[in-house]
Design a protein around this ligand. Structure first.
Ligand code: HEC
Ligand code: HEC
Length: 235
C-alpha cells in the first residue's frame, strides 16, 4: 500500500515538479524516533516478526513478572519511565539523551542484550537508538510518580481527545477494549492504572496498530490528553 503510494507520488510529482521527488521517500528524524519508540515498546510486533524468540531472555531475572517472548521487549527490563522502576534493570536510560546513537546500537548487539541483526535489523536498531538519544522525555515532569496523576490540564486536553483519539477510541474511550469481555480495559482504565505507558503510547503510537503518533505536538499536549483520559470511565 505504502510502496504503491510512494511509487505513484514519485511518478506524478516527478513529472510536475522535480525537486519533490527527493522528499517523497525520505523518512524524517521525527518519524524514525517515533518508530524507535514503538520498537522500544514491542519490536517484535512493530517489525511484524513471524517467529519471535519464545524462550525467556537470558538477562531477564528469574523473579520478574513475565516470561517468554515478552521478556525481549526493551520495556520489560527498562520500564515505561526509562529507568527501570517497574522494569527489572535499575539503569537510567535517560543518561543517554544527547549521546551518539551508534553507541546505543553497539550495546544492543552485546552479550547482555543479544539482539542479533537477524532479530533486530540495523535500521530498527538505529531507530530505537535514535529514540533514546534524541526522543526521550522525563515522564515525571508530566506525571506525578507518587499519585500517578497527570500534571496536565484535562480541560485543555479534551478538544484534542475528542477530535483525534475519539475517532478510534470513542468519545468515552470505550470503543476499543484492550482487556477481555469479562475484564474490560478501556482508555480510562489504562490512563489511571498505567499512566506512564499511556504517555509513551500517545507520543509514539501503538506497535503494529494503525494508531497515530503525536510526536509533532509538544509533550505538554500529551500530558493534557492524559489528564483528560484520567477522567474517562474505567469500566
Ligand atoms: C532482558 C532484559 C533486557 C532487555 C529486554 C533490554 N535490556 Fe538494555 N540492559 C539490560 C541490562 C541488564 C543492562 C545493564 C548492562 C550492564 O550492566 O552492562 C542494560 C543496559 C542497557 C543500556 C545501557 C545503560 C547504561 O547506561 O549502562 C542501554 C542503552 C540499553 N540497555 C538499551 C536497551 C534497549 C534499546 C533495549 C530494547 C531494544 C533493551 N535495552 C532491552 C537488560 C535488558
Ligand atoms: C486511527 C485509530 C486510532 C487513533 C486515532 C488513536 N488510537 Fe489508540 N489505539 C488504536 C488501536 C487500533 C489500538 C490497539 C487496540 C488493541 O490492541 O486492542 C490502540 C491502542 C491504544 C492504547 C494502548 C492500550 C493498551 O493497553 O495496549 C492507548 C493508551 C491508546 N491507544 C491511546 C490513544 C490516544 C490517547 C489517542 C489520541 C491521541 C489515540 N489512542 C488515537 C487506534 C487508534
Amino acid at each position: 500500500m505504502q510502496t504503491k503510494y510512494l511509487f505513484l507520488s514519485c511518478c506524478l510529482f516527478g513529472m510536475a515538479i522535480t525537486p519533490l521527488t527527493t522528499l517523497a521517500g525520505d523518512l524524517t528524524e521525527v518519524y524514525r524516533i517515533s518508530r524507535g519508540g514503538r520498537i522500544y515498546d514491542n519490536w517484535m510486533t512493530t517489525l511484524k516478526m513471524k517467529t519471535p524468540p519464545k524462550e525467556t531472555h537470558a538477562s531477564y531475572p528469574s523473579g520478574g513478572e513475565t516470561k517468554g517472548s515478552a521478556t525481549w521487549r526493551c520495556v520489560a527490563c527498562h520500564g515505561w519511565d526509562y529507568k527501570g522502576t517497574k522494569g527489572t534493570v535499575a539503569r537510567d536510560l535517560r543518561t543517554w539523551m544527547g549521546k551518539d546513537p551508534q553507541q546505543v546500537t553497539a550495546i544492543l548487539r552485546d552479550p547482555v542484550h543479544r539482539y542479533t541483526p537477524e532479530l533486530l535489523p540495523d535500521d530498527a536498531a538505529s531507530d530505537v537508538a535514535l529514540f533514546l538519544a534524541k526522543g526521550l522525555i522525563e515522564p515525571e515532569k508530566y506525571i506525578d510518580a507518587t499519585s500517578g496523576r497527570s500534571r496536565g490540564d484535562a480541560a485543555r486536553g479534551a478538544p484534542y481527545f475528542q477530535t483525534i483519539c475519539a475517532a478510534c477510541h470513542g468519545l468515552d474511550g470505550r470503543k476499543l477494549n484492550f482487556g477481555s469481555d469479562k475484564e474490560p480495559e478501556y482508555l480510562g482504565t489504562e490512563a489511571n492504572e498505567n499512566p506512564f505507558e499511556v504517555l509513551h503510547k500517545i507520543r509514539n503510537g501503538q506497535p503494529g496498530q494503525e494508531m497515530i503518533s503525536l510526536r509533532m505536538l509538544p509533550p505538554e499536549v500529551a500530558a493534557d490528553i492524559l489528564a483528560y483520559e484520567q477522567t474517562l470511565p474505567v469500566h
